[in-house]
Design a protein around this ligand. Structure first.
Ligand code: ZN
Length: 456
């Protein structure tokens, strides 16, 4: 556990368990695997604080992700003096003042708590649907109302903000980093229907499958290349809380696709310069670069950007880069991909566009001719000749007008930050081979655990 932005040292030692009663209709159950009724007693992770002076005030600090311990009935439980939490959901248009009012805090105390919160978190950043766990300390008053003693707001799977009574009076806010651990999860399967359904059958979260598709998208056309009985393997990081419950699925560290018998593995590797990227077993980057100049012996004749249009006469953004070259000069596919369109396209004249993956596509205009066999749906490799320089459409002379489109936006081909497509060598290759061997060993160590998802 780590407290940020405060001088308070907190250590994890065994302490008193806390109880959360969820009884009001407004209360929401935290993430649990079972939900037997809307009235349950929930055991908290035991924790105590290194500094005894604030221990009592912060004793409920780690009570954010409770686990269901049974279907005990709070109505019959003896009155405890332990601080407990009640969950309130932020409604659309809600303010924290309103929520604390609903939670039974008097306005002065609520104001003090909110003031403390604002030092590290703006209540305006609360979103509808978010949960606020309000803390109460039981009192001996006969009307049964317990004392409001702060609240906690989960920010994400790893951090929470706590507002708790300060030893000197009033409230103090703390940002808490939860003590999470990372483990690796192994999953594999055979594709019978689709890659996603095979992943789902193997228990792989959709976010991880989407990441897998992204990582392989430079090399694999998921519309066409996947056949029945192809196989996948994936090993990914997972964050777990102290009780071993998964709270977040992280990045893929190893994956492999075996497509029509051809096995394509990728390994996550951190380069000496600090970047993380995927490489195949020989150290070739999984991302492939697009050619910035998909033509030989050409002269860059017009840059991307605003210019006076040579034919239309008015200033207009030039959405590509022009390369002047003699008519008939071959034009190459800038990267592996699938032809999206090939044919006449208005001012673009004879035009080809290629989709490289879900992120990138490229366009080639004013061709004198499109190469034989280049048609919509045709798979091309980087460097394949797709057509020839010409001056068809709105064009003043033979040139290639080349466009790079990333996520639907036309980019400057000379400036767009393209994947490196790098091949590791020398010391970097030796370091990579170390990472690769470690990941292979890790994968093997997770084999045959007899669970749907092997974990460690
Ligand atoms: Zn142009």
């Amino acid at each position: 556990m780590l407290l940020r932005g405060t001088a308070v040292a907190v250590s994890l030692i065994a302490g008193a368990a806390l109880t959360l009663n969820l009884t009001s209709g407004e209360a929401v159950a935290p993430r649990t695997d079972e939900n037997p009724s809307n009235s349950q007693t929930i055991g908290m992770a035991p924790i105590s604080i290194g500094n005894p002076a604030i221990a009592s005030a912060l004793a409920w600090l780690d009570a954010g992700r409770p686990s269901v311990t049974g279907s005990a009935t709070p109505q019959t439980a003896p009155k405890s003096t332990d601080t407990y939490l009640k969950a309130f959901r932020v409604k659309a248009g809600d303010t924290l003042s309103h929520i604390l009012d609903r939670a039974g805090a008097d306005s002065q105390t609520a104001d003090e708590a909110i003031r403390a919160l604002k030092r590290i978190f703006s209540p305006r950043d609360l979103k509808a649907g978010q949960t606020i766990n309000v803390a109460y300390t039981p009192t001996l008053s006969s009307d049964g109302t317990d004392r409001f003693t702060g609240f906690q707001i989960p920010l994400d799977y790893a951090t929470r903000v706590h507002v708790a009574p300060a030893p000197e009076g009033g409230f103090r806010a703390y940002e808490i980093e939860l003590p999470l651990q990372t483990r690796q999860v192994r999953a594999e399967g055979t594709i019978t229907n689709s890659l996603f359904s095979a992943g789902s059958d193997a228990g792989v979260p959709p976010s991880v499958m989407a990441e897998l598709v992204r990582a392989f998208s430079w090399d694999v056309d998921f519309q066409r290349d996947i056949q029945k009985n192809d196989r996948f393997e994936v090993m990914f990081d997972q964050k777990v809380d102290e009780a071993g419950r998964p709270v977040h699925d992280g990045r893929i560290v190893y994956a492999s696709l075996t497509l029509s018998g051809d096995r394509k593995p990728i390994y996550l590797h951190q380069l000496a310069d600090g970047r993380w990227d995927y490489f195949d077993d020989k150290g070739q980057g999984a991302k492939k670069a697009l050619m910035r100049t998909p033509i030989d012996g050409a002269r860059l004749s017009s840059h991307f950007g605003n210019r006076k249009h040579p034919i239309l006469g008015y200033t207009k953004k030039h959405t590509g880069t022009d390369f002047a070259a003699p008519t008939g000069t071959p034009i190459y596919a800038a990267g592996d991909g699938v032809v999206e369109s090939a044919g006449w396209n208005g001012g673009y004249g004879k035009y080809v566009s290629i989709r490289h993956n879900s992120e990138y596509s490229t366009g080639y205009a004013h061709m004198s001719g499109i190469n034989r066999g280049i048609a919509k749906g045709k798979r091309v490799r980087q460097g394949d000749i797709i057509g020839f320089v010409g001056t068809t459409g709105q064009s003043t002379g033979p040139h290639l007008h080349y466009e790079v489109v990333r996520l639907g936006a036309k980019m400057n081909p000379m400036r767009v930050k393209m994947p490196s497509g790098e091949k590791l060598s020398g010391k970097e290759l030796v370091r990579f081979e170390g990472s690769r061997n470690n990941l292979n060993a890790k994968w093997a160590s997770l084999a045959g655990k007899g669970k749907r998802l092997a974990q460690n």
